[in-house]
Design a protein around this ligand. Structure first.
Ligand code: AMP
Ligand code: TRP
Length: 336
């Protein structure tokens, strides 16, 4: 039997942070040998908020290089750039025409981002989840590994696929495959260092709120030192009154590879003055191999370009087949 297929992606807006790594990419790496994997850099999503054309291409390469640096293995995975494959945009249009407007207006992420953007919200921001549905459905993905914040978008993706199948498919021969979310409990929601009730995010204006994968050791030390804590001695998981404590212990657990019980025992009598240097050292050590690998990939631009070129070839073939299937189901015909 052939392997199940995975698809996921990250936007090339800003640097990747520990939330992206622990919530998404690390899980891709761990599961990669059991699946056939497609990982894209979703650069069309990146322009749904104001963007800088002078850095878009470089940011896109950075994310692709970070995929490799985090351990994505080309034996198991195809890495490609969304904008290199026009089928993503084309399927988005077809899906747009069957997606009810109010489904999109109900998306939490849209509402949050729209508030931040003020009056001039562009149509692309509203349409963001349909483009994401196209990314997934084009590859007949079985599983989509993401952080908790993307759950609603995956439900929408399924709803869109069900609607297409219902309107244009036959029960025994559906047009699109329904994907399953793959959301791990641990790390699915890494919180801000400045506020343990808010998720760590690329769009937080404060750099101190997040640790980026490419932060040098002294920056990591400074950010952890300044991170919000509480005056209570003895550190514990799962206390709703102590969200920062839970978050920092979780980071320590995930980055050190220790179990929850081991960390709970080790830290139950610690104060912050003892814990913070420990977390700092653990974080620096965990990120060091990623940073070294990143540097060597970025120094060899020709290699990175060849990875993206062959990724595109492989992904495009599958994407075009699916697009053709959907167009045929919708009634389009084109002489060959
Ligand atoms: P984005 O940065 O929005 O492109 O997100 C890329 C991936 O990282 C998605 O799978 C998100 O669900 C995941 N992610 C982003 N922020 C966090 C966070 N704070 N905790 C866990 N996962 C996250
Ligand atoms: N919307 C996702 C995020 O911000 C990124 C994304 C775009 C994605 N297309 C995707 C994730 C397809 C998984 C599958 O995190």
């Amino acid at each position: 039997m052939s392997k199940q297929r995975i698809l996921s992606g990250v936007q090339p807006t800003g640097n990747l942070h520990l939330g992206n790594y622990l919530g998404a990419i690390r899980n891709w790496v761990e599961a990669q040998s059991q699946y056939e994997n497609f990982f894209c850099v979703v650069d069309l999503h990146a322009i749904t908020v104001p963007h800088n054309p002078a850095t878009l291409a470089q940011d896109t390469y950075t994310i692709a290089a970070l995929y490799l640096a985090c351990g994505i293995d080309l034996q198991h995975a195809t890495i490609f750039v969304q904008s290199h494959i026009s089928a993503h945009s084309e399927l988005t249009w077809l899906l747009n025409c069957i997606t009810p407007l109010n489904w999109l207006e109900d998306m939490i992420q849209f509402k949050e981002k729209a508030v931040r953007q003020g009056e001039n919200v562009n149509v692309g921001l509203l349409d963001y989840p349909v483009l994401m549905a196209a990314d997934i459905l084009l590859y007949d993905a079985d599983k989509v590994p993401v952080g908790e914040d993307q759950k609603q978008h995956l439900e929408l993706t399924r709803d869109i696929a069900v609607r297409i199948n219902h309107q244009f498919g036959k029960e025994e021969n559906p047009v699109l495959k329904l994907p399953e979310p793959m959301i791990r409990k641990e790390g699915a929601r890494v919180m801000s260092l400045s506020d343990g009730t808010k998720k760590m995010s690329k769009s937080d204006p404060s750099e101190l709120s997040r640790i980026n994968l490419l932060d040098p050791p002294d920056t990591i030390a400074k950010k952890i030192k300044r991170s919000k804590t509480d005056p209570i001695r003895g550190l514990t998981f799962d206390d709703p009154e102590r969200p920062e404590c839970h978050n920092l212990l979780t980071l320590y657990m995930l980055l050190s590879g220790k179990t929850k019980q081991e960390v709970a025992n080790e830290c139950e009598n610690m104060g912050w003055g003892q814990f913070k240097p420990l977390l700092t050292e653990t974080t620096i050590e965990a990120l060091k191999p990623i940073q070294e690998k990143y540097k060597s990939v970025m120094e060899d631009r020709a290699y990175l370009e060849s990875v993206l070129r062959s990724g595109r070839e492989k992904a495009e073939e599958i994407a075009n087949q699916t697009l053709h299937r959907v167009k045929t189901a919708l009634g389009y015909s084109m002489p060959v």
